[in-house]
Design a protein around this ligand. Sequence first.
Ligand SMILES: [Zn+2]
Ligand SMILES: [Zn+2]
Ligand SMILES: [Zn+2]
Length: 379
Amino acid sequence: MAKIGPIELEQNATEDEEDVLVDLNGEDNDDKPDINFLPVPGYDNVRLDQSLLPPPPTDFIPATDQGQPEFMSEPVISEETARQALIELVERNCCWGKGAAKSLTFQELQSSTSYHYVLQTFTEDRNSKWDHVPYNGQFVDGPENGSAPAPWDISATFAELFKNETQHHEVPHTAFVQPCHKCKATGKVTCGRCRGSGKVNCRSCGGRGRKTVTRNGKTQSTSCSWCFRGKVRCSNCSGSGKVTCPSCKGCRHLKWFIKLTIDWKNNVADHVVQKTQLPAFLISQSTGTLGFQDMQPRVLPISRFPTAEINEASHRLLYEHQFPQRRIHMQQHVIRMVPVTQCFCKRRGKEFTFYVYGLESKVHAPEYPDQCCWGCTIL
Ligand SMILES: [Zn+2]
Ligand SMILES: [Zn+2]
Ligand SMILES: [Zn+2]
């Protein structure tokens, strides 16, 4: 039987970090340039902030019956394996000590299989916005070179199926050059730390210019030796009151263009079918055997699995994974079968329940009487 480990349910979001600027060097935060952007066909709604460009309809015809693969047989944890897993854990536990396992009486072991259904839909969405970079004489691909290709006609490929990825592209033939609005084409802006004065308060005396010192038990006031009248030269602008413009980096001009941002995303939905009280997330985080797997541009909902709840979950989650604003590249769904054994035990006359689960034989023992001991090594 094929082993299948936990499936990553959420990938780290790929944050767009480039726009995060510490505004030490800007004289104001008013970044709205007064530019009359010419309309670009296919990008009618493009703005200074990002706007979504839904894909054109595709002529994709979903299969009506694509012949689903067979379901595999279920794994079982034998009584002996469960007993061994428990005894090993008890012996490893610092607080129980050796020999403590012998005081455990197993009353009953109940084996069952939990099913973990996972649906993955790999989508692409495209956003556009007007963006700019400093202009220092580089090539400018403007409308004189032709008309801009439609957003979904720009070719781009992802590195790997079912992996999140973000790419930025300059839309061809949309660029033009303008004087920088931030610095009014001077290349410099007022220093944000000293607000243009070139001087800041002295840290040594707190800007007072004088300090109190105690000499021979007497307190007296003396002028601060670090500054002149409480002020020192601003280190951010070296005293000039001006710093290089953060927008044009001193180039005085900006190249504007439509920036296309492409996001490939692995959308994951899952459902656990459980016959015991074991928390569902423990099932999704443990290894099982592969009960079913199918990958297609559009998968069909599972309809013939012996457990009806799986068929229902497959229908529901597939219905939720439609994404009309995005293009679907590929879908994949699997059923992972995770063995679970519920063990009814007795220790020093007290009854409690253990769970042994997963092909790794993990143990979950929330009812154990000495909670503090178990809490440190076992969930
Ligand atoms: Zn300054
Ligand atoms: Zn001072
Ligand atoms: Zn500038």
